[in-house]
Design a binder for this molecule. Sequence first.
Ligand code: SF4
Length: 241
Amino acid sequence: MDTLRPSDDEIAAANRELDGQTPQQVLAWAVRRFHPKLMMATAFGPEGCCILHMLAEIEPGVRVINLETGYQFAETLELRERIRERYGIAVELIRPDLTVAEYEQEHGGPLYVHRPDQCCYDRKVLPLRRAVKGYAAWISAIRGDQTEHRKAAGVVQWDAKFSLTKVNPLLRWTKKDVWKFIVDHDVPYNPLHDQGYPSVGCWPCTAPVEDGGDERSGRWAGSQKKECGLHVIEHEEGSGI
Ligand code: SF4
């Protein structure tokens, strides 16, 4: 029996225990339960930076990766260096097999224009799937109030898409909670957030948002796409929620 895979009963009990606790308490539980088979993927959003700050105090040895699609903003990659200097956490860059130039040549141009789901799949989902092999759990920085999919998440849940337990310490936090933590603790963050980009992904698929606009409306703006696919949980039977 795989003792690193919690039963449905254990997940339900963990949610009863942890829902309502602080993110640090949730992270400490995840470290006790899964480290060193615990990892985190971050795009260096403000939420991810808060978690990195917390992990530096709780367990800086947790493996942290960034999906370096080749389309990230220079500011995002510079933030990785600032995080390393501040916390000593060297976030590992996970790259797809093909460089951007090779990928665009193979497809006769960039796929993000007409087939963003395929582009995200090739440049994020597949590399992540390889990177999580051998791990039991991953930490995500999603907040429940960001999208309908995220609202349906649990603090602890089984992620059948990646065969991992997913831990969402910031699920009950608001955007205000995140920025209060950043200011209170002087956490490094992406300067693009001060330039009208509340959510930062790859540069071709990220647009600035007007004051008061939905914080994720600048991601794949003008299309129905809201997620890169990493945080759309599939249940065992494969139905996305
Ligand atoms: S966010 Fe855009 S550029 Fe980045 S992997 Fe997805 S489709 Fe490609």
